[in-house]
Design a protein around this ligand. Structure first.
Ligand code: ATP
Ligand code: MG
Length: 363
């Protein structure tokens, strides 16, 4: 697959503070790549480096095979959409869309064609004669996307484009952005701290922490096989259940022991040999724990007590007490339990994650 954006050994310092260090990233042609991480981890900084809004300290950036490290933003073949729409308040939507093209002396017929196309894709034809003050937040963000769209660029950069919108608009526009990518097939690099946006939009997610990419993978792999404890805890809501314990030998098979209870690890697909005595952390997602009648015949049974339930409509979230741990379990919303009810739990180890307690890396 050809590379659309290629980042080699990129470092960026703000004065004495290093925000990005030796970062490498290859983004494929037509790929939707999401940069995900908590506030301050360096997502916007990385995006601004790609856009050319920041001078990098070290490294190289290539777009479509061309070294653009020292090119002006306007010469990089990118279109950018920010969280704040930054529209010109005194201009109509149409003028906002055409402004950059007029400055670049694009012929009027071509401008008209591109605006008509963008307006159709984003369904903003009826708004073209209005000014930004006469638009809703979602409509303004659509115009901001349109402004990137008319530039006819290879790569779109989005920096939290939906975070100023209310929850309903955000999920609507999220679907529209996905549809936009499906029809345009451009390369898109999208910054967010919202894991649902990342999981739903991305071909691949780069999860960042302190300027370092902790894992770069497709959403399914990130969700099911997190490479380290940080990624495991960052993705999923409520978070994966983590049990601290150690590997033990039980009748010739390796098992997991914590607080005097032992879990069979049969079915766990370890990437390396499991030696007893090793301190480890077992991670199990709330929806991968079976309750009562869902346990198959012959399953290893663990006894727990319902502490509290949080019915959420489609799902019901149970908080359980089990061997001194608090555990969350997601079950069908129709199944209800009152506090204090004893329940039987089954753990599907083929879907679990095991981490070394010291390195925090997946085993
Ligand atoms: N101009 C600057 N001068 C000094 N430090 C900066 C500057 N811009 C950003 N930083 C610092 O660099 C780090 C990364 O910032 P960045 O804006 O990339 O974070 P982010 O991941 O986009 O976070 P958020 O989700 O809050 O937008 C932060 O610690 C921030 O304080
Ligand atoms: Mg940011």
């Amino acid at each position: 697959m050809t590379s659309s954006v290629s980042i080699k050994d990129l470092s960026l310092d703000f004065g004495s503070v290093t925000v990005l260090k030796n970062l490498n990233l290859e983004i494929n042609d037509g790929e939707f790549l999401v940069l995900l991480g908590s506030s301050g981890c360096g997502k916007s900084t990385l995006l601004n480096c790609i856009a050319g809004l920041l001078d990098i300290t070290e490294g190289k950036i290539f777009i479509k095979g061309k070294n653009v490290t020292w090119e002006e933003p306007k010469d990089r073949g990118i279109g950018m959409v920010f969280q704040s729409y930054a529209l010109y308040p005194q201009m109509t939507v149409e003028k906002n869309l055409s402004f950059g093209l007029r400055v670049a002396k694009v012929p009027q017929a071509e401008i008209d064609k591109r605006i008509a196309r963008a307006a159709e894709i984003l369904q903003i034809q009826p708004l073209l004669k209005r000014k930004p003050a006469e638009l809703s937040g979602g409509q303004r963000q659509r115009v901001a996307i349109g402004r990137a769209l008319v530039r006819d660029v290879d790569v779109f950069l989005f920096d939290e484009p939906l975070s100023n919108l209310d929850a309903k608009l955000r999920s609507e526009l999220r679907v529209e952005i996905k549809r936009l990518h499906q029809s345009l097939k451009n390369t898109m690099i999208y910054v967010t701290h919202d894991q649902i946006e990342a999981l739903t939009l991305a071909d691949r997610i780069a999860i960042m922490k302190n300027g370092i990419i902790m894992q770069l993978d497709d959403p399914t792999t990130i969700y099911n096989a997190p490479r380290n404890l940080f990624v495991a805890g960052f993705i999923g809501s409520p978070s994966m259940n983590f049990l601290h314990g150690e590997l033990v030998n039980r009748e010739g098979r390796v098992a997991f022991a914590t607080n005097d209870v032992i879990f069979s690890l049969d079915g766990y697909n370890a990437g390396e040999a499991l030696g007893s005595g090793r301190k480890v952390i077992l991670g199990v997602r709330p929806e991968h724990i079976k309750v009562n009648e869902d346990l198959g015949p012959g399953a290893e049974v663990h006894n727990a007590t319902v502490d509290i339930e949080e019915p959420m409509g489609a799902d019901n979230l149970l908080w359980l007490k089990h061997a001194g741990h608090t555990m969350s379990v997601r079950i069908n919303g129709a199944r209800r339990f009152s506090a204090g009810t004893p329940v039987k739990l089954g753990f599907d180890m083929s879907l679990a994650s095991l981490f070394d307690a010291q390195t925090e890396l997946r085993i």
